[in-house]
Design a protein around this ligand. Structure first.
Ligand SMILES: Nc1ncnc2c1ncn2[C@@H]1O[C@H](COP(=O)(O)OP(=O)(O)O)[C@@H](O)[C@H]1O
Ligand SMILES: Cc1ncsc1CCOP(=O)(O)O
Length: 256
């Protein structure tokens, strides 16, 4: 983990424009504030390009996408591309329905994401690799490294496949991360909030591989710290301590 990436986020408090799902809007805003960046949510097509062009990073998350939101996502992504602003695509539940599959196809035809992140089931679906999914969840395990490589190659982007082990493939090289805690999979939106934290890290001056690896490593350590507390009895008590831990110094999380 590169501490300077997290320090830079906290120095610059980058503004992250979220076009995200309605399940996680509040969690994403509060989690990102705790981490040290600034959230703004907005999905109107009329303002999507202006909001994105004035932000430092753009997050496209299709978790509860509707047909009227899709043009806004594409306009925000294009405005970010035109202005050299990083864009993260989180194709939540893309395998669940043809509507989601076609929406992601349309986004990828019109927008070049800096990073595509998702669980193995989501990214396997986009990569055309058979995988079992259920709603927004990935079932079982397999070769997540093949999925990451294929996504990175096809879309000429950095790919992050999340799970017990996170795999990052960035322009020919691959790294993995083992930090994290199973309680994260008991909190809805844990993957979505990771997308917000990661988009903030993409606004710093470092390599994409370092930015993604630092984000997932820090996020996992914050979860481990929260899960170890004696007053945490399950996902309900875990969540507020996890949000707190997102504000900690990376060195403090590494020590505990
Ligand atoms: N069993 C696990 N053990 C440790 N960390 C996990 C586990 N499952 C998921 N995570 C972590 O939770 C976060 C969200 O990942 P994931 O659950 O795959 O996303 P999603 O919510 O999109 O399905 C990632 O940081 C990942 O490392
Ligand atoms: C449950 C649910 N349904 C649509 S979006 C969403 C949240 C999914 O969040 P995550 O994939 O980060 O757990």
């Amino acid at each position: 983990m590169k501490h300077t990436i997290i320090e830079d986020v906290r120095k610059t408090t980058p503004l992250i424009h979220h076009l995200t799902n309605q399940v996680v809007i509040n969690l994403s805003a509060n989690g990102l504030l705790s981490f040290g960046a600034a959230p703004v949510m907005g999905k109107a097509e009329e303002e999507a390009a202006d909001m994105a062009a004035n932000a430092d990073g753009v997050l496209l998350n299709i978790g509860t996408l509707t047909s009227w939101e899709l043009p806004a996502m594409i306009r925000a992504g294009q405005a970010a591309n035109e202005n050299g602003i990083p864009v993260l695509l989180d194709p939540v539940g893309v395998a669940a329905t043809p509507f989601r599959t076609n929406a992601v196809k349309s986004i990828l035809e019109n927008v070049k994401p800096t990073v595509i992140k998702g669980n193995a089931g989501e990214l396997a679906h986009i990569a055309g690799i058979p995988w079992e999914t259920r709603g927004v969840d990935s079932i079982g395990d397999g070769h997540a490294d093949d999925i990451a490589t294929k996504i990175s190659d096809i879309y000429q982007t950095t790919a992050l496949v999340t799970g017990q082990t996170d795999i990052i493939s960035s322009h020919g090289s691959m790294v993995s991360n083992q930090t994290g805690h199973p309680l994260l999979s008991q909190v809805t939106g844990a993957g979505c909030l990771l997308g917000s934290v990661l988009t903030a890290c993409l606004t710093t001056d470092d390599t994409l591989e370092n930015q993604v690896l630092t984000a997932v490593e820090f996020y996992g350590l914050a979860a481990e710290y929260a899960a170890k507390r004696s007053d945490v009895n399950g996902s309900g008590t875990f969540l507020p301590h996890f949000i707190d831990a997102l504000s900690f110094d990376p060195a403090e999380l590494e020590r505990t």
